[in-house]
Design a protein around this ligand. Structure first.
Ligand SMILES: [Zn+2]
Length: 108
């Protein structure tokens, strides 16, 4: 785990996100946090509730105007996020190719 931190403190949104689980609202159970990306411009943090095991991703961005954060609920593990975060998105041709593999002519 990368323990080097470029952010000396966390924004209020992140502190609110870390202080309780938004799904089970268990304030006393600690959230497990793993910093996945630590750059000068911001941090990507994976949080998992110790009570209900739901996961959240938090993106903390440092800008000249202050620190902002975005949080979202995910079913990805922290390792999944590391594996997929720099991959290109799916193309329409790839989606059509999978559709053709799954559904043969005449299927509904
Ligand atoms: Zn929870």
């Amino acid at each position: 785990m990368n323990t080097k931190r470029s952010t000396p403190y966390l924004s209020g949104e992140i502190l609110r996100l870390i202080s309780y689980c938004p799904l089970c609202e268990a304030p006393t159970k600690p959230l497990r946090a793993r910093i996945l990306e630590d750059k000068a411009g911001g941090n990507l943090i994976h949080l998992q509730c110790a009570n209900c095991h739901s996961s959240m991703l938090a993106l903390v961005v440092n800008s000249p105007f202050g620190i902002t954060s975005i949080g979202l609920i995910t079913d990805l593990t922290s390792d999944d996020v590391l594996r997929f975060k720099d991959k290109a998105g799916l193309t329409a041709d790839e989606v059509l190719e999978v559709h053709q593999l799954l559904y043969k002519e005449g299927d509904k």
